[in-house]
Design a protein. Structure first.
Length: 119
């Protein structure tokens, strides 16, 4: 069982930066692929980024490529999402998730953190 707790969301202006954190419980954090997803009002949840077990492989949605960076610190059981050059369309609830493989399936989800970008 893995519990995930996101933090770092907030209200910022367009062009600003934010760093989200997701702290995981348990001693097997390094056994999980970690992902970030987001859900805007009235829209389906969408993939943002994911990082492999040791951090050597990352993947991003086209909409955030070049602006967002996912990273992890296995010693701290934490995954991060650095978000730069934020746009109003980045406004959403951001969720982190943990899965056993790179096939896109995730077993555990956090409760989400709100990010609001004003124009």
């Amino acid at each position: 069982q893995v519990q995930l707790v996101e933090s770092g969301g907030g209200l910022v202006q367009a062009g600003d930066s934010l760093r989200l954190s997701c702290a995981a419980s348990g001693r097997t954090f390094s056994a999980y692929v970690m992902g970030w997803f987001r859900q805007a009002p009235g829209k389906e949840r969408e993939f943002v980024a994911r990082i492999s077990w040791g951090g050597g492989s990352t993947s991003y949605a086209d909409s955030v490529k070049g602006r967002f960076t996912i990273s992890r610190d296995n010693a701290k059981n934490t995954v991060y999402l650095q978000m730069n050059s934020l746009k109003p369309e980045d406004t959403a609830v951001y969720y982190c998730a943990a899965g056993r493989s790179l096939d896109g399936s995730y077993d555990y989800w956090g409760q989400g953190t709100q990010v609001t970008v004003s124009s």
